[in-house]
Design a protein around this ligand. Structure first.
Ligand SMILES: NC(=O)c1ccc[n+]([C@@H]2O[C@H](COP(=O)([O-])OP(=O)(O)OC[C@H]3O[C@@H](n4cnc5c(N)ncnc54)[C@H](OP(=O)(O)O)[C@@H]3O)[C@@H](O)[C@H]2O)c1
Length: 328
């Protein structure tokens, strides 16, 4: 199956190519970058030397000849490609925020008009698998909402308040350097940002509501000096107390048969480079603390996007995604 990656010079695009190199059915035939058109891909992604001889091309939709396209481009850019690719019969997985929210919520949260809106399945397969199977288009969730929602989902109906406290690695900001991601500002340091107003909060609230929860949802992210990974501590305040054994059973049952969910102490290094989400829960009665760890570029982006492609195309959900994490 032929795959195109729009935005292949970025972190998520590079990660798609790395993971797809191990996919049994998919071959990347097109990798775009406007700034680097004509440049061999391995000059930007040296870790992929020997795995691809592709050269970046311009993202002209008419020239994209593929069965599936991944949009690994910033929000507002994806909406200029999605509809055109779909009208040419190409299945699309969009890694941007353009199709994750209802139109009015998107326009409010991102402060821009949506120029080509349509409703799309929200691709956390553990929660929305049926919607993704055989879909022509899937909107891949944000990295923070993936880790946070997976941590709290089993208790959605029992909670009145959920507070997510997340720590993220620097690759979450993409490959465009800024003062925030400048090494002396990040290294040997931890800092909060967007204390109450991060855009991903809207996705988190929608997902909880979709799970039948009436809980108030809060979220504060922190930047930590690691390249990859998101560790989320969810403080879940319950209407009625639940004991440790009851909570553990709820989680075990909720994620029964989910290959990518593992129950163990979440540490970033154990999921680094992998599509796993590690979860640990502890109850103290009416408060449960649930902690999750994911790799923001894999389960938080490109790995989950491939998981969605596998569902859309009828492949094994784990194809290309069986790699272990990289500890230490
Ligand atoms: N980084 C993460 O952890 C993460 C996690 C989940 C989701 N995402 C989402 O995934 C998308 C990509 O993120 P990233 O971190 O990989 O970003 P990035 O490193 O900044 O890469 C962006 C890519 O998009 C291309 N691009 C930018 N504007 C474009 C346009 N108008 N048309 C076509 N191509 C364009 C860039 O190449 P040229 O400018 O040369 O064309 C580059 O290849 C974003 O929507 C991001 O929010 C990222």
């Amino acid at each position: 199956m032929k795959v195109a990656i729009v935005g292949a010079s970025g972190y998520a695009g590079g990660e798609l190519i790395r993971l797809l190199a191990y996919h049994s059915k998919a071959e990347v035939v097109c990798a775009t970058s406007r700034k680097l058109a004509g440049t061999p891909l391995d000059q930007v992604h040296p870790h992929l030397k020997g795995f691809t001889d592709l050269v970046f091309t311009n993202p002209e939709t008419d020239a994209i000849d593929a069965d599936v396209a991944f949009l690994a481009v910033p929000h507002t850019a994806a909406m200029t490609y999605a509809g055109k690719l779909l009208s040419r019969g190409i299945k699309v997985v969009d890694l941007s925020a353009d199709y994750r929210l209802p139109k009015d919520v998107f326009e409010k949260v991102y402060g821009v008009p949506h120029t080509d809106y349509f409703a799309a399945p929200y691709g956390i397969p553990e929660l929305h698998r049926k919607d993704c199977i055989n879909a022509k288009f899937v909107s891949n969730p944000g990295c923070f909402p993936t880790g946070a929602t997976l941590a709290a989902a089993p208790l959605a109906k029992f909670a009145h308040t959920i507070i997510y406290d997340s720590k993220t690695g620097v690759s979450g900001a993409g490959d465009n350097p800024s003062a925030t991601t400048h090494y002396p500002n990040v290294g040997d340091n931890v800092g909060p940002y967007k204390l109450t107003s991060h855009r991903h909060l809207a996705e988190m609230k929608l997902e909880m509501a979709g799970l039948g929860s009436k809980a108030s949802v809060y979220f504060t992210p922190h930047l930590v000096p690691v390249n990859r990974g998101i560790l989320t501590t969810a403080h879940i305040l319950l209407h009625e107390p639940l004991g440790q054994k009851e909570v553990e059973k709820l989680y075990q049952d909720f994620y029964k048969d989910e290959y990518f969910i593992r129950f163990q102490k979440p540490i970033l290094a154990a999921v680094r480079g992998s599509n796993f989400c590690d979860i640990m829960v502890e109850s103290e009665g009416t408060r449960v603390v649930a902690v999750s760890a994911i790799d923001n570029l894999v389960k938080g982006a490109s790995g989950q996007a491939i998981q969605n492609m596998n569902l859309m195309c009828g492949f094994s959900e784990q194809d290309g995604l069986k790699g272990a994490g990289m500890l230490p």
